[in-house]
Ligand binder design. Structure first.
Ligand code: PRP
Ligand code: URA
Length: 209
């Protein structure tokens, strides 16, 4: 069964309040989403493998550590997932970035895939699928299907805000995928929007309507 983590770190919760606020404009919204993504990534990556190395300091030799294995892969779900990538790359600049393009049909709420491009050797990489919103879960379930079909094995899902329905859908379809959130909200409304949520993440990030 997926493990679900909701980060209660004060900085994450503080910034999330401004992200939710409908008075927050595009520029600030974008900056805050990136900042929260970075803070979440700091926690999510705490189990990355390390290797021992020796490094010469100005004073002598030190046993120290570097990240081991293949570089981490970030897989934002287009479009809104893009808003979280730079914040994570600030911390992990060597991460590879793949893209899965999906939009949610406004009538059926079913995800429609339109683009997939992934880094090489995805079967050997730890992958973090990124999307600010986990609503019905259709997009995340489909994005994970899509990367599994292409060989991905070690997958985590990172979202800002989730509805219980979305978490349940991912747990059912991909029980080995752990889910990392900044908030678990109450429910979905009749249009499939998370309540109270933050509105349409893509529109707020990119200034569209
Ligand atoms: C939003 C959001 C998720 C999806 C969540 O994207 O970024 O990808 O909806 O909803 P779900 O859990 O019910 O599938 P949207 O389809 O609006 O596309 P966009 O990012 O291109 O705006
Ligand atoms: N997509 C969004 O951007 N917001 C929601 O609340 C649900 C889906």
């Amino acid at each position: 069964m997926s493990r679900v983590y909701v980060f209660d770190h004060p900085l994450i919760q503080h910034k999330l309040t401004y992200i939710r606020d409908k008075k927050t404009g595009t520029k600030e919204f974008r900056e805050l989403v990136d900042e929260v993504a970075g803070l979440m990534a700091f926690e999510i990556t705490r189990d990355l493998p390390l290797q021992e190395v020796e490094v010469e300091t100005p004073v002598g030799m030190a046993k120290s550590k570097l990240l081991a294995g293949k570089k981490l892969g970030l897989v934002p779900i287009l479009r809104a997932g893009l808003g979280m990538v730079d914040g994570i790359l600030n911390l992990i600049p060597a991460a590879k970035v793949g893209h899965v393009g999906l939009y949610r049909d406004p009538e059926t709420l079913e995800p429609v895939e339109y683009y997939v491009k992934l880094p090489k050797d995805i079967e050997e990489r730890e992958l973090i699928v990124i999307d600010p919103m986990l609503a019905t879960g259709g997009s995340a379930v489909e994005a994970i299907n899509s990367i599994k079909k292409r060989g991905a094995k070690n997958i985590k899902l990172m979202c800002l805000v989730a509805a219980p329905e979305g978490v349940a859908a991912v747990e059912k379809a991909h029980p080995e995928v752990d889910i990392f959130l900044a908030a678990m909200d109450e429910k979905l409304n009749e249009k499939g929007y998370i309540v109270p949520g933050l509105g349409d993440a893509g529109d707020r990030l990119f200034g569209t309507k």
